[in-house]
Design a binder for this molecule. Structure first.
Ligand code: DHB
Ligand code: FE
Length: 436
């Protein structure tokens, strides 16, 4: 299954998608730098010197020095960003658009005054379209989801590791619960972890409250949450797989926010520490996926579950033979605020673990109110686990899940620690009837 990018066939235009965005990231960010009068002045004083201070390819710099917007677009530039550059040089939008058409400014103006360019002769060539829609050969190989990991992400667990307290009587039982997990990860190391977590007022403050954020950058640094950044490596991602997932999920009507730059906080780093231990570099790539559970309304369990199902389709349509794990983090019961702080509901948590394995569809219908009432205000983090569960192949009958490990412990700081590992076994496709 390859993704539909038929829009690339429309003649005489460039559709700015995640692929183009990655190609033109620094070029477009350079354009944004021209939004202050001071920078515009510096640019105009010495264009070459200003451009050289940016990590741009020579082709990108040359396109701008040549005033060649077609070349700049081919190099990943986007017209709204390039317009900042054009404005700096005193070009109007009409001058910029006209400069790409191969006719003079006067001719372009006259064409627009005459009603604009006709769509006739500017549609996709019929033969080209038919060839594109001819049955594509299925990809010879594709990515597979090998398992799901569910775990709490309590910051105090990270602090216990960072300050060598894991052997203390308070912490020992918590870390013992993850001994199996570390060995399992060593044996089943994926190429990529798709890590679902929530940012806790670290990368996102109240100026921007996106519901779902997919990290599409190449690397993400560890956040400073007030105590200094944790002494753990930042993550390296797989931006090509992330762009593919963005394309597939958004085409499936999940309106994601894409982040090329953000820091990642304990919600992401603590699960990595728990599963991989104290390492100088994480042993695989990590794609971060943030879910808003800080300010209501937060997404429902059902929406998260549906997103997980679409995520499996996205990952398994990627035509490289990667092994991918999906992790859901946060929870279990915890209440961090108010006179109700410290609330723990063992019975509810354990029923959640049971249902996550055996009745995920029913569990996905549990309303927010129940999470808050039964598992505490911050227990709502558990909706994120439904994304990882939704990505398992038993849900559409194409495979089975196997529980490899289950662990529950109270307390770690203010929470109950819950942890589950599911292996995902996708059955080989049966040959179609009559085919031997
Ligand atoms: C705690 C737990 C969390 O999940 C979190 O994000 C912050 C604090 C705690 O129990 O201390
Ligand atoms: Fe949290």
């Amino acid at each position: 299954m390859s993704l539909d990018k038929t829009y690339k066939l429309v003649p005489g235009t460039t559709v700015f998608d995640a692929e183009q965005s990655a190609r033109g990231y620094h070029l477009n960010q350079f354009c944004m730098s021209l939004m202050t009068a001071e920078n515009r002045e510096r640019y105009l004083a010495d264009e070459r010197a200003y451009l050289d201070a940016w990590p741009l390819r020579e082709e990108q710099k040359q396109a701008l020095l040549d005033r060649d917007l077609n070349a700049a677009m081919a190099e990943g530039g986007n017209i709204y960003f390039l317009a900042k550059w054009g404005a700096t040089l005193g070009f109007s939008f009409q001058q910029m658009a006209g400069s790409m058409t191969g006719i003079t400014e006067e001719e372009y103006r006259a064409m627009m005054a005459g009603g604009g360019r006709s769509v006739e002769g500017n549609r996709i060539d019929h033969a080209v379209l038919e060839a594109a829609h001819a049955d594509p050969a299925p990809p010879a190989e594709h990515a597979v989801i090998t398992g799901a990991v569910f775990t709490s992400h309590v910051p105090a667990i990270g602090a216990a590791m960072d300050h060598a307290k894991t052997e203390e009587p308070y912490w020992r039982p918590v870390f013992e619960g993850y001994e199996f997990s570390r060995a399992w990860e060593e044996e089943n190391l994926p190429d990529v972890v798709f890590l679902v977590y929530n940012d806790h007022a670290s990368a996102f403050d109240l100026s921007l409250i996106p519901t779902f954020v997919l990290g599409t950058g190449a690397a993400f640094a560890t956040a400073d949450e007030g105590y200094g950044p944790r002494p753990v490596p930042g993550i390296e991602s797989d931006p090509e797989l992330a762009a593919h997932i963005a394309h597939s999920l958004i085409r499936d009507d999940f309106d994601l926010t894409l982040a090329n730059e953000m820091t990642v906080d304990h919600g992401l780093t603590v699960p990595l520490s728990l599963m991989f231990g104290d390492v100088g570099k994480w042993p695989c790539k990590v794609i971060p996926f943030h879910v808003n559970v800080v300010q209501y309304p937060v997404p429902s369990g059902a929406r998260c579950f549906a997103l997980g199902r679409a995520l499996r389709k996205a990952i398994e349509s990627y035509d490289r033979p990667l092994k991918v794990q999906v992790w859901g983090t946060g929870g279990m019961s915890h209440q961090l605020q108010g006179p109700r702080a410290g609330l723990i509901n063992r019975a509810w948590d354990n029923a959640f673990l049971d249902r996550l394995v055996e009745d995920p569809v029913g569990l996905s219908r549990v309303p927010h109110l129940e999470y808050v009432e039964e598992a505490g205000s911050e227990g709502i983090e558990l909706v994120m686990w439904l994304i990882a569960r939704g990505a398992m192949s038993d849900l559409d009958g194409s495979g089975d899940v196997e529980v490899k490990h289950r662990f529950y412990h109270v307390p770690a700081s203010n929470t109950a620690v819950g942890h589950l590992i599911l292996e995902n076994h996708t059955r080989a496709q049966e040959p179609a009837e009559g085919v031997k």
